[in-house]
Design a protein around this ligand. Structure first.
Ligand SMILES: NC(=O)c1ccc[n+]([C@@H]2O[C@H](COP(=O)([O-])OP(=O)(O)OC[C@H]3O[C@@H](n4cnc5c(N)ncnc54)[C@H](O)[C@@H]3O)[C@@H](O)[C@H]2O)c1
Ligand SMILES: [Zn+2]
Length: 343
């Protein structure tokens, strides 16, 4: 088991390892909020802490709406849930985002514990404090930055996770290696086969290293004014592809990385062999490098991104493997590389 400290404004620990749910103590005045796919883990958490309330959101993105959060406020009010009671968000990124947003806003904020149950949620959404819902067709457009007081990442809960969700989460782990940790990238190159076979030791190392990587970035820039934008590698283009095709986030981000590395290559920041190294690992993980989508539609989505400023996209450019910077890029440069990944 590893204990990783995240030094946010309000610091907290992330426990990573098979069986860490065994460390939960009694916490009766709590509400466990979950989704159908994580029901078994939620029951386990509920029994361990003796939680008074259990609430199930609908599965996937359907949970991330103001309407679902409104129902949660109603449930909380009618059950006499108070400001000092605690929210345990048990599930993938969708449950974490919606339950976290509820925790951040009900009575101006309740204590929150994340129990991420997908690899994506463990390597990414479970830390960093971003919570929120979708609105008006835009993803994550209403939300907050609200840190949990603790996070429990139990590797053994991944046993039943469908393979496509395993690949999906690994895309974000690969991203950390590419933007800031060449050693971790090398580890993934050697061990991705074992990760896909759900070797617990390998998954624990991948989750722990990802948490450390994300924590390092978030600690420098909790409120996203600079450094944190690096986490957006592959996302400027990937989000556009995700919105148009409806692919899983990690799949779209893989294609986004395949495109964005070409912008860096054109600027002479990475070599052809580094492009190959990146793409080979993505392929080995079973992630796509190309999408079937219309260039016009994807460009329109990219242009409506909430992260643009003054009509320009900011993009993360690799400077070799394990190093990156953020720069403004022209839409024409985006279009040029987009052509290479759309078919
Ligand atoms: N807050 C952040 O910083 C942040 C970062 C990245 C992504 N996100 C958000 O995360 C969401 C995606 O998260 P996700 O990929 O975890 O999707 P998800 O929450 O929809 O989970 C994927 C599927 O796996 C099921 N599931 C959950 N735990 C399981 C388990 N242990 N075993 C078997 N099945 C299980 C779920 O019920 C769901 O059907 C997106 O909405 C995205 O915007 C947020
Ligand atoms: Zn992402």
């Amino acid at each position: 088991m590893e204990k990783i400290r995240v030094n946010a404004l309000r610091p907290y620990d992330v426990l990573v390892g098979a069986g860490v749910l065994g460390n939960l103590g009694k916490d009766k005045r709590s509400i466990v909020i979950t989704q159908p796919g994580a029901r078994a883990v939620a029951e386990k958490v509920r029994n361990a802490i003796g939680a008074k309330w259990l609430y199930e959101l609908p599965d996937g993105e359907k949970a991330k709406t103001l309407e679902e959060v409104r129902k949660l406020y109603e449930f909380a009010l009618s059950n006499g849930i108070e400001r000092k009671d605690k929210v345990y968000a048990v599930g993938g990124g969708c449950a974490g985002d919606a339950a976290g947003f509820f925790a951040a806003t009900y009575m101006r904020g309740m204590p929150l514990v994340h129990v991420p149950t997908t690899i994506l949620a463990q390597v990414d959404s479970g830390i960093g404090g971003k919570v929120g819902v979708n609105f008006g067709g835009a993803k994550n457009i209403v939300g907050a930055i609200y840190q949990p007081e603790a996070v429990y990442m139990d590797i053994s809960v991944l046993a039943g996770l469908p393979e496509k969700h395993l690949r999906n989460g690994l895309a974000e782990a690969i991203k950390y290696g590419l933007i800031l940790d060449a050693g971790f990238f090398g580890y993934l190159e050697k061990n991705v086969g074992k990760a896909l076979a759900k070797d617990e030791k390998v998954l624990e190392k991948i989750v722990a290293d990802s948490v450390r990587a994300k924590a390092k970035v978030v600690e420098k820039d909790e409120f996203e004014s600079g450094e944190r934008m690096k986490l957006n590698y592959g996302h400027t283009i990937g989000h556009g592809i995700e919105a148009v095709t409806g692919m899983l986030h990690g799949e779209a981000i893989a294609i986004g990385m395949a495109a964005e590395i070409l912008v860096a290559k054109k600027k002479g920041l990475v070599s052809e062999s580094e492009v190959e190294r990146q793409n080979k690992l993505l392929e080995k993980t079973g992630l796509p490098l190309k999408a079937k989508a219309s260039l016009k539609e994807v460009m329109a989505k990219i242009k409506s991104d909430k992260k643009r400023s003054q009509g320009k996209a900011r993009m993360v450019l690799l400077e070799g493997i394990g190093k990156s910077k953020v720069e403004e890029v022209e839409d024409a440069e985006i279009e040029e590389v987009l052509r290479e990944v759309l078919e």
